[in-house]
Design a protein around this ligand. Structure first.
Ligand code: NAP
Ligand code: GLV
Length: 313
C-alpha cells in the first residue's frame, strides 16, 4: 500500500514536507501525483493533502483516510468528488496553536496601545504619545472557541483582557465568558473593543461579517480576521471603516489570495494587511500529527481531529 502526498504548493514546499514525512515513516511507499493507472490507484491507503486540485481524490478504491495538512478544510469540502465515506481529518498542531495565539496577542496589544497609529506617525516623523488604556479595560470577543479560538481566548484572558468567546456549544475556558446564539452574539458585538474571527468557513458563516453585523459592533471597535476572507463582505467592511464606525481592520485572509495589487485594502489607512501568515502549518510538528493518525488507522484505534462532514468543520 502507498501514501499519496498532494497539494497546491511549490516543489520546494512539497519536498521539504516529504523529507520530514519519510524520516518519520521510513518504510512507507510514497506517491507524489494522482495515480496514473488503476493498479496504482488501488494501492493508495492514505492521502495526505494540502488543498489539492479538485478531483484528485476520486477513483481511489482502497482509500481509508484523508489527512489534511491545513486546519481549515472548506476548500476540500467543496470538491464534489471527495469520497463521502472516507474519514477526513484536519490539522490540529500545538505549534500552529501557539503561532495563532501569538498573532492574536500582537494584534490585540497593538490595537489596545495604539501601536498601529504610532507606526503611521513614524512615516510622518510625528512625535505623539498614544493613550495607554489598561488590558483590564478592554474587552475582546473571539468568534469560534475551538482549537484555535479557545486557545486565543484563554491566552488573552491570561494577559488581563476581558474576553468573551462565541461558539455553537458552550465553551468552558478559564477566565472567558462563553456566549451562544444570536442573543450572545449581539451582546458580544455590542460590548467588544476588538473582534477576533476564528470561525471555520461553512454555509452558516460565509459572509458572516456584513453591514448589519458591523452596525451591531460598538463604535470604534476593530476587526481582526484570522480565519477566512469569505467570512467578510469586503465592501461592507470598507464602508464601516470609511464612515468611522470601525477603527481598524487587521486582515490575514482575503476573498482572493494573494490580495490583488489594485485592492483598496493595500493603501487603506485603517487596514493592516498580513499575507495569510497568522499560523501556517509547521511540517516539523505536523508530520507527528499525520503519523499518529496513520498508526491509529492501522491499529483500529480512534482517529483524531475528524471533520464532521454534515456540519462542515
Ligand atoms: P475548530 O476547532 O473546528 O473550532 C471552530 C469553532 O467555531 C468552534 O468553537 C465552533 O463551535 C465554532 N463555530 C462553528 N460554526 C459556528 C457557528 N455557525 N456559530 C457559532 N460558532 C460556530 O477550528 P479551529 O481549529 O479553531 O480553526 C478555525 C479556523 O481558523 C479554520 O477553519 C481556518 O479557517 C482558520 N485558520 C486560519 C489560519 C491562518 O493562518 N490564518 C491558520 C489555521 C486555521 P463549537 O465549539 O460549538 O463546535
Ligand atoms: C490555514 O489557513 C489553515 O487552515 O491551516
Amino acid at each position: 500500500m502507498s501514501l499519496l502526498l498532494l497539494g497546491r504548493w511549490s516543489a520546494a514546499e512539497r519536498d521539504g514536507c516529504l523529507a520530514l514525512l519519510q524520516a518519520a515513516m521510513p518504510d512507507e511507499q510514497w506517491l507524489l501525483a494522482p495515480p496514473s493507472n488503476p493498479a496504482e490507484a488501488a494501492e493508495v491507503e492514505v492521502a495526505i493533502v494540502a488543498n489539492p486540485e479538485p478531483g484528485s481524490l476520486g477513483g481511489l478504491p482502497n482509500l481509508r483516510l484523508i489527512q489534511s495538512l491545513w486546519a481549515g478544510v472548506e476548500r476540500l469540502m467543496q470538491d464534489l468528488t471527495l469520497p463521502p465515506d472516507v474519514p477526513l481529518a484536519r490539522m490540529v498542531d500545538p505549534a500552529m496553536n501557539e503561532a495563532m495565539v501569538h498573532t492574536a496577542l500582537w494584534a490585540v496589544l497593538s490595537l489596545q496601545r495604539g501601536f498601529f497609529d504610532v507606526l503611521a506617525q513614524q512615516a510622518r516623523r510625528e512625535w505623539r504619545q498614544p493613550a495607554q488604556p489598561r488590558a483590564a479595560e478592554w474587552r475582546v470577543l473571539v468568534l469560534g472557541a475551538g482549537e484555535l479560538g479557545g486557545r486565543v481566548a484563554t491566552g488573552l484572558a491570561l494577559q488581563g483582557y476581558k474576553v468573551s468567546a462565541w461558539s455553537r456549544r458552550p465553551a468552558r475556558l478559564d477566565g472567558v465568558q462563553s456566549l451562544q446564539g444570536e442573543a450572545g452574539l449581539s451582546l458580544g458585538l455590542a460590548q467588544a473593543d476588538v473582534m477576533i474571527n476564528l470561525l471555520p468557513l461553512t454555509e452558516q458563516t460565509r459572509s458572516f461579517f456584513d453591514a448589519a453585523r458591523f452596525a451591531a459592533m460598538k463604535p470604534g471597535a476593530s476587526l481582526v480576521n484570522l480565519a477566512r476572507g469569505a467570512h467578510v463582505v469586503e465592501a461592507d467592511l470598507l464602508a464601516a471603516l470609511d464612515r468611522g464606525h470601525l477603527r481598524r481592520a487587521v486582515l490575514d485572509v482575503f476573498a482572493q489570495e494573494p490580495l490583488p495589487s489594485e485592492h483598496p485594502f493595500w493603501q487603506h489607512a485603517k487596514v493592516t494587511v498580513l499575507p495569510h501568515c497568522a499560523a501556517q502549518t509547521d511540517p516539523r510538528s505536523a508530520v507527528a500529527v499525520v503519523k499518529r493518525n496513520i498508526l491509529a488507522l492501522r491499529a483500529g484505534a480512534t482517529l483524531q481531529h475528524l471533520v464532521q462532514r454534515q456540519q462542515g468543520y
